[in-house]
Design a protein around this ligand. Structure first.
Ligand code: PRP
Ligand code: ZN
Length: 303
């Protein structure tokens, strides 16, 4: 267990130790400027250039670590958060962790799947059957809301092999790329919950120094997420076509218009587009009269 030091001036952020969210979580932190001094195989990473340390833990433990104030922040999937919320509610407690940012990675779904050769005639065909899962509360609610009564077999992992071992007729597990299901000859049949990663924080008020870093981190995360979608676009446009070209620029508020030396009828347009610029857009811009088109990635952004 992680030692609790109430007066520790350094922020503690919990990240999944090994799983789908580990790499994108560390990538996000590194894009936010954090340099970690230890490898992810160790329990803790020390932030060299920020008063922030990363704890590597099981994702299922992250909501508790944060709401019990052992960690100040956590990067975790909505699937884990919602399961925890339902579990706490069943015991008469409200969840105390606070969700402060929805993140643009970790997209997946909690789904029901059956063995490949087995026919599936809708959810009601699972009535009276055994469904293995590590998400008994989310699955229980889903079945209850649809008036289907099935036996929920609660496992702590390796759910995908339960049908082969004869322990269940179906499973309810996370699907991201679908390769785990495929490798285990299972077929996805119903979605129980759509999920993505989120940043959660402790319910406890933080001392000003720590809180300031939380705010800075939130701003940087916003910048990182904006930048992932944004592009810097440069082009030449006939003055006459400027209005139409501006309308074609995706998610762009105010482009910079620069006169072109020796070409009174033409201008250069520089713009930050807050949406991805696709080939189709470039082709449309060209048709509208644009030339010398250039699309560049944006590295950092701060509004
Ligand atoms: C989930 C899930 C599957 C895998 C599915 O694990 O339990 O093993 O991801 O992904 P795929 O469709 O791309 O194959 P996760 O990393 O969330 O860890 P955990 O369930 O072991 O906590
Ligand atoms: Zn887990």
């Amino acid at each position: 267990m992680v030692p609790v030091m109430p007066d520790d001036p350094r922020l503690k952020l919990a990240v999944q130790k090994s799983g789908r969210l580990t790499e994108p979580s560390l990538d996000l932190l590194s894009r936010c400027g954090l340099k970690l001094s230890r490898g992810k195989d160790q329990l803790m990473g020390f932030g060299e250039n920020m008063p922030l340390d990363v704890l590597f833990v099981r994702d299922d433990d992250i909501p508790d670590l944060v709401q019990e104030d052992v960690c100040d922040l956590g990067l975790v999937g909505l699937n884990v958060l919602e399961e925890k919320r339902l579990e706490l509610a069943a015991r008469g407690h409200p969840a105390r962790f606070q969700c402060v940012r929805v993140l643009d990675f970790g997209r997946c779904r909690l789904s029901l799947a059956v063995p490949e050769g087995v026919a599936f005639g809708g959810l009601s065909s699972l009535a009276g059957k055994r469904i293995a899962t590590t998400y008994p509360y989310l699955l229980g609610r889903y079945l209850r809301e649809r008036d289907v009564s099935a036996e929920i077999v609660v496992l702590s992992g390796a759910v995908e092999i339960a049908p082969r071992l004869g322990r269940a007729d179906a499973i309810c597990d996370l699907v991201s790329t679908g390769s785990t299901l495929q490798a285990n000859h299972l077929r996805e049949v119903e979605t129980v919950l759509e999920s993505h990663a989120a940043l959660i924080r402790t319910p406890v008020a933080l001392p000003p120094g720590k809180d300031e870093w939380v705010q800075r981190l939130l701003k940087r995360i916003e910048g990182v997420q904006q930048v992932r979608e944004s592009k810097y676009i440069l082009l030449h446009a006939p003055r006459a076509a400027l209005a139409q070209i501006r309308r074609l620029l995706p998610g762009c508020e105010a482009p910079t218009i620069i006169p072109l030396e020796g070409h009174p009828d033409k201008v250069a347009v520089h713009a930050v587009c807050r949406e991805n610029v696709f080939w189709e857009t470039l082709e449309d811009l060209k048709k509208a009269g644009a030339s010398a088109l250039l699309v560049l990635p944006v590295e950092k952004m701060l509004d």
